[in-house]
Design a protein around this ligand. Sequence first.
Ligand code: CO
Length: 321
Amino acid sequence: MAQVLCQLPQNDDPNLLSRNIPCADAGIYQISPELVLLQSIDFFTPVVDDPYLFGAIAASNALSDVYAMGGKPITAMNMVGFPNCLDIDILTQILCGSTDKVHEAGATVVGGHSIEDEEPKFGLAITGTAHPEQMITTLGCQAGDLLVLTKPLGTGLLTTALKAKVLSEQQIEVALKGMERLNRYASEAMLKIGVSACTDITGFGLIGHALEMAEASQVRLTIHGESLPDYPHAIDMAENGLVPEGRFRNHRHYMPRVTGEEGQDQHIIDLLCDPQTSGGLLISVPAQRLDQLLAALNDAGDQAFIIGEVDSGPAGTMQLI
Ligand code: CO
């Protein structure tokens, strides 16, 4: 995508603040001194068989970018690709799951668009708002900050196993609950405490999204391989070699900027590169606020895993230890 975008004419609209933020989670457009619009879009083919759950996960995933920026989602638009031959009740269920999740986010579904497609696809375009001085971006990581991740890893491994019928939806229930969980509550917790930077973990995996934050902030991230949290059964799938294609793409693209791979177990590398659906927030927090953040996340009902720290090594890189 970057190869395509760099060939387009330069956008010099001064209100497009995300122009100056490499790898911002959402488009940031200033409409008044107190207000920016945050806009983001995501859609994909079903990751689970249950259509209601698929809708809920797709909505949670699409809303996540606004939450990573400390914003408040306002409106959502549905994007549907659906085959003629499938029962229309399936689509109703997908939209019900999604709409319930959008309502949980305090936002409104304002419409959408559908096309006939060979394979079902569903996602949403989200518009949120934030105060320009209060929004959180990928820019602010400071050497000495701790890195906190709010959901375990492994959803790519587990949904691949589900598709291959190696695992059932019951067996991956913990991960399904995790994917369905809005990042809203973790976002509100980090806003209350005040953090340096944040991004959310989705298709590029922890490796990709962490490196993009390292690049934007011009810092190095040190990640403790043994501290990476995993959903139940994810490592079993990795050890059996049932690994999603996206894991290899992420590895190829991002591993050149990482040192220390050789000292890690293979399953740690699989988790690091695993593409996530509706993954958690990766928060960079000053050391003196860590305990407050952990308490706030706990009060919000979210998990918090300390997976590493920020240092002043080569900008835009990662060190695995
Ligand atoms: Co994002």
